[in-house]
Design a protein around this ligand. Structure first.
Ligand code: ME8
Length: 518
């Protein structure tokens, strides 16, 4: 039987500057969702990439004295490196300047045109280069500095030109009917409500081409126009699935789940489904928008200059520490903030103390007292069965949470097992049993090691490197690490184990380190 296909995407990022921690956050979360489905036996296709056209790219390139493609090449490579340094398991990386993407854009344009949804007219309005979007005059305000800005604060400039329009107004009722019959299309609920009230307030036709610059995909049949960068950008999700070749094997992955930030919901949940309806293509299965990250409560942006470099962060705290912190600390879908203290507290408490110490203590007892082999368990008590069961049923909880992108709930269920396993270990006192009842000690150590195996299997999507290390020191074969192996792959008493090693070093402040204190 062929496995269920699962297609998941990050936004494609503008390579007009270097990646920051907000980009890294989206990537880490989407990666955890992709890894979870792979371990749950789905045939996953995970896509990320860079969005290389548009006025913002062209203007930044001009400022830096580069051709837009040179700027894109330089920064797209940095985004690709960031994905590597975050342990991102994407199957493809798309750049919108690739040939395959031009074909897909021109094909979808032609389908929308053939459907009667594209017409030529003139447009006059306020354009924000930063958002790459037009705004209604009523949405803009003029500040004390005399500069007119859109609601998110970027300056707008007046622009008038001949442009192709997409008949978005014709899709208002169809979109509302679609949201109504697919209540899970947009998540979380606040975003869905925003989308519905935006569409209910009335949709105007959308300007989808530009003639004042040429850094974009040419409009088929009228090459003095380039496509509006968002038509081009959204189409990336089809390109990577092989479009327009709908007979290709890749096409079997479409439709996708789109993970995005809350800043680009309108594009994904209004414009994109309308384009797809017009082109007669299936709509995405889900659009989930996460919140924004703030550095100690402040919004990060390139212009404010408080952008944190993800490379430095990973180097400083460790990759799994950074992944764990963001996925656990910030309820996925809500805004979150981070600070040095919050990262250190969270990772020292959960990873170094709860998980790391439990592994270290139990496995070094096994190394010393059980001849370095998995202990032979006796009959299980109620307490043994309770903790073993909790470790298996955490999968059900995590699976339900992940189906609605509640990464924080999935992690909470897994770390509740860790907390309980610590209580179990402390309560059973295997160190005292060593003299009084060595057989019972062996059972307690077996149960603890088996719980650690289950926890490590479940933790793989979130902290892949450390979970793999834990499974290595439990001698779990590489092909027995899927969720299906939670039951059936139990540790075998008597199996040899490698020497235990520490998995999560405690974060020690630099000045304390220098003084030799912890
Ligand atoms: O919008 N907190 O690209 P972009 C959390 N090219 N996430 C953040 C963030 C923050 N402070 N800042 C950015 C674009 N993000 C378009 C997308 S898709 C077809 C085209 C994340 O480089 C978040 O996911 O501005 C947001 O949606 C994305 O980066 C925007 O990246």
């Amino acid at each position: 039987m062929s496995r269920e296909k699962f297609y998941i995407t990050t936004p494609i990022f503008y390579p007009n500057g270097k990646p920051h921690i907000g980009h890294a956050y989206t990537v880490i979360a989407t990666d955890a969702l992709a890894r979870f489905q792979r371990l749950d036996d789905k045939d996953v296709f995970f896509l990320s990439g860079t969005d290389e056209h548009g006025l913002k790219m062209q203007q930044t390139a001009e400022k830096e004295g580069l051709a837009p493609k040179e700027l894109a090449d330089r920064n797209s490579a940095i985004f690709q490196n960031m994905l590597k340094s975050l342990g991102c398991s994407n199957d493809d990386f798309i750049r919108t300047t690739e040939e395959r993407h031009y074909k897909a854009c021109q094909a979808i344009w032609q389908r929308m045109a053939a459907n009667g949804d594209i017409y030529l007219d003139r447009y006059a309005g306020w354009y924000s280069v930063r958002q790459e979007a037009y705004f209604d005059e009523s949405e803009t305000t003029v500040g004390e500095d005399g500069i007119r800005r859109e609601p998110l604060g970027s300056p707008v400039e007046w622009n008038e030109e001949e442009t192709y329009f997409f008949r978005l107004s014709a899709y208002q009722d169809r979109l509302l009917a679609f949201y109504e019959s697919n209540p899970d299309f947009v998540g979380p609920a606040e975003r869905r409500n925003e989308v519905i009230s935006f569409v209910k307030s009335g949709l105007r036709d959308l300007s989808i081409s530009r003639t004042t610059f040429n850094w974009g995909v040419p409009v088929p049949g009228d090459e003095k126009h380039v496509m509006y960068v968002w038509v081009d950008a959204l189409t990336n999700y089809l390109t990577a699935a092989g479009y327009p070749d709908t007979n290709s094997e890749k096409w079997g992955y479409w439709p996708a789940t789109h993970i995005i930030g809350k800043d680009i919901v309108r594009f994904h949940a209004v414009y994109w489904p309308a384009f797809l309806m017009s082109a007669g293509l299936e709509l995405p299965s889900r659009v989930f928008a996460h919140g924004f990250l703030f550095n100690r409560g402040e919004k990060m942006s390139k212009s404010v200059g408080n952008v944190i470099d993800p490379f430095t962060m990973v180097e400083h705290y460790g990759l799994d520490q950074v992944r764990y912190f963001f996925l656990r600390e910030v309820p996925f879908g809500q805004d979150g903030s981070y600070s040095h203290d919050a990262i250190v507290n969270r990772t020292n408490a959960d990873l170094a103390n709860d998980l790391g110490n439990l592994a270290q203590r139990s496995l070094s007892m096994i190394a010393k007292n059980c001849d370095g082999k998995v202990p032979q368990p006796g009959a299980f008590t109620d307490a043994d069965n309770a903790i073993l069961n909790q470790a298996s049923t955490a999968l059900e909880t995590a699976r339900k949470a992940i189906a609605e992108q509640a990464l924080h709930h999935a992690l909470a269920a897994i770390f509740a097992v860790v907390a309980e396993a610590n209580r179990y270990f402390a309560g059973q006192e295997p160190w005292a049993l060593r003299k009084t009842d060595p057989e019972r000690m062996a059972t307690v150590l077996y149960v603890t090691a088996e719980v650690l195996r289950r926890v490590a299997i479940l933790a793989q999507p979130f902290i892949p490197g450390s979970a793999a290390k834990m499974l290595d020191i439990l001698a779990v074969p590489a092909d027995r690490r899927n969720f299906a192996d939670l039951r059936g792959g139990e540790l075998a008493g008597g199996a040899p184990l490698p020497a235990p090693q520490a998995i999560f070093p405690r974060y020690v402040e630099a000045e304390k380190q220098a003084n030799g204190q912890d």
